[in-house]
Design a protein. Sequence first.
Length: 403
Amino acid sequence: MAREEANRTAMLRIIHTADVHLGARHDDLGEQAAAQRERQFAAFKAAIDLALSEKVDLFLIAGDLFDSNVQPRRSVERVAAELKRLAEGRIRTVIIPGTHDVYDRASIYRAYDLPALAGSHPDDGMVTVLDPEHPAIHLATLEAVVFGPVFPTKRAPHSPLRDLPPATAEAGSDPAVTWRIGMIHGSIAIPGKTDHDEVVITTDEIAASGLDYLALGHWHSAQTGKAGTVTYAYPGAPEPVALDQDRAGKVLLVELDESGGKRSVKVVERQVGRTTFLKLEVDAGELDGQPALVDTLRTKADPDLVLDVRLVGVRRDELDLELPEIEAALAASFLKVRVRDASVPALTGGPLPSPDTIAGAFIRDVEARIAELEAAGSIDEAAEQRDALRLGRLLLAGHEVSL
């Protein structure tokens, strides 16, 4: 019997997602808000497509499927139709509420029976929403228990891992449990950063949990780690909720494997979101002018691209750039474009005017002050003085300067 157990092979394949935030308002995007909501739903649908094409066993949504508990019925039915596709493909779904769709008295999961809308019944376990009264489910056909401790309040009264049952006390009547999977929507404790978050767990708690895999939600950038023998991961948002989340756009394909008495967990990021990101540094010293910069950036035009341009280096006195104009000129070519100026005006080149002149005295005084500030590490103040030097030189040379 021991030999049979040693030769036994078992694998569980999972798609893990979280933080879909369907129905987000995106007040900062103006006319693009509705389009971004559609992009988020398209990413969720792409995650469903991936689960079906990969023929996984289990689909996990670790909180904040919805951006709030106030959603129209048609939006819930739209989600249910996607989950029904999984059920028809014999892929089980387990969902936990998050901090946006929290399981309080106004919970969307109380207002709508999402499993029933997806065609699932209590006895088939094809779609399950865990709640404070039902914090775990034993999926006998998968030889797995999924624990998803959640609370009826947004702020957790204690760590959701505190009351996790030990590996010797599995839920369900079938003792054949190969895999212990956890689902938590919250932050991993980082002193000084997550102290005031609503739900916080520690890596020590993860290590002591006895889980094979902990599916996390709440952080919108994909990342994977290990605490003791426990692999944990955040998939990030499948489509960015904010347009600075350059590690969003993914779901995780997780493979739990047991062969010859040895266990392994493999986590692979898979792209489902359409949004891409490009950070670009441009040497201001090589620019011929604003029109040339706009033309150069427009060659990278892509309606799915968030372009973040940073001007660096030393710019010539005569270079005149209006950043809002540049962004407006490029707006139609990108999903979002931001141009920041981190360049610095040049110091005076060539022979200096006599120190007895106004120009000579001004240039020497300001350049000396710049050198002092840069030596002291006061970079922002030094940059202000460089701007003052540039404007002063132009005015003293008789040029008109617009502020």
